[in-house]
Design a binder for this molecule. Structure first.
Ligand SMILES: [Zn+2]
Length: 370
């Protein structure tokens, strides 16, 4: 290629990058499909980034890291400024090392040591994580902490089994759902240790509870609702029914909920009933059609990011029976093909759009006027 043509192309590429960095006015959130794990990428108007969780490990690590990198590239990122690991389960930290090999990560946040050692997490925490954080910065967070992110108020609301004690500004009213709540069995796993975040961008609010389970939701939200209401809920624990109590979901009154579920993980009828019946709800978006929801408990297809691998002849109306609590669902068929993320773009006034990249459906939720 002639130098002049190369120079012209370089100018075009640099110009486009410069333009996109200059033009961004929104907080962008990518809910990346990692087949029933979690990876949520936040990018501020200034281009500062926070990745919450990094998808699955083992054989799925390269796939999930690739999907996260695709989202980072779409956002024009050259580094991840902050990475939060909500808890030490493989569907959350699994591909972290692979992600870090492909894009620099500058700061790590977590709840501290695991309370549920398993071979994969022990190996990761003993050998892999120390090497990653040695090149960056590690902070063990506690409820009430703020992450130093320009333009956002990022509060940690749960961590290491502890919950926020004093309400956020404007919150703290009596939570009417506490009176009828019944507790579930105590959860001795890492889920209950999840780092939960509350994020404010102007008037726009997001809650990301990680895999926080039912009884911890109750501790956080009763008797006073310490979080107030939210515009967007990144649904806890992949939309499973051992999380997502009414005291959490209905009290938050999300306008939009996005579930990062799998085809056989999350979306059980008990959880969907609460999520879909939430006061003030406008839409639920699901990363996958879940066989555990069936037609009865799912959302219209246009709000679903990824379909099932092997399309059945007929839409299953009835839900599959979920495996007993504590047991893993049968492994899904390998899904190595194209996956689709949801992209949320929020404005300071509270208006936000959600885009389904599978079908390019974009829906705008106008700022509340009251
Ligand atoms: Zn999980």
């Amino acid at each position: 290629m002639r130098p002049r043509i190369i120079a012209a192309i370089a100018a075009l590429v640099i110009g486009t990058t410069w333009l996109s960095a200059q033009a961004r006015r929104t907080l962008d959130i990518y809910v990346v499909d990692v087949e029933g794990g979690n990876a949520t990428l936040f990018v501020t108007p200034a281009g500062e980034s926070v990745l919450i969780d990094a998808g699955n490990g083992g054989a799925a690590a390269a796939r999930d890291a690739g999907r996260i990198l695709e989202a980072a590239k779409d956002a024009g990122l050259t580094q991840i400024d902050h990475h939060i690991t909500t808890h030490w389960h493989g569907d959350h930290f699994g591909a972290l090392s692979e992600v870090a090999q492909r894009i620099p990560i500058k700061a790590y946040y977590d709840h501290g040591p695991t309370i549920q050692p398993q071979p994969a997490s022990t190996e990761f925490l003993d050998r892999v994580y120390p090497a990653l954080v040695a090149k960056a910065k590690r902070t063990m967070v506690k409820p009430g902490d703020r992450l130093p992110i320009k333009g956002l108020d990022w509060r940690i609301v749960t961590s290491g089994g502890q919950v926020l004690q004093s309400p956020l500004p404007g919150a703290g009213g009596r939570n009417p759902y506490c009176a009828t709540n019944t507790l579930q069995d105590p959860d001795p796993t890492e889920n209950a240790q999840s780092v939960g975040s509350h994020i404010t961008f102007g008037k726009f609010r997001v809650v990301h509870p990680g895999d926080l389970t039912w009884n911890k939701e109750v501790e956080l939200m009763c008797p006073a609702n310490r979080l107030g209401t939210t515009d967007l809920l990144i649904v806890g624990h992949h939309g499973q029914a051992i999380s997502n109590s009414e005291v959490m979901v209905h009290a938050l009154q999300p306008r939009v909920s996005i579930i990062n579920n799998g085809t056989r993980k999350g979306g059980q009828p008990d959880a969907m009933r609460i999520l879909l019946n939430s006061p003030g709800l406008e839409d639920v978006w699901q990363s996958h059609f879940s066989l555990l929801s069936g037609q009865e408990y799912t959302v219209p297809g246009m709000f679903i990011g990824n379909l099932v691998d092997q399309q059945p002849d007929a839409m299953p109306v009835g839900a599959w029976t979920a495996p007993p609590q504590g047991q893993q669902p049968p492994p899904p068929p390998a899904h190595e093909g194209k996956s689709y993320w949801f992209k949320v773009s929020a404005q300071q006034d509270g208006t936000f759009t959600v885009t389904n990249t599978r079908n390019n459906l974009t829906k705008t939720y106008r700022a509340r006027t009251n």
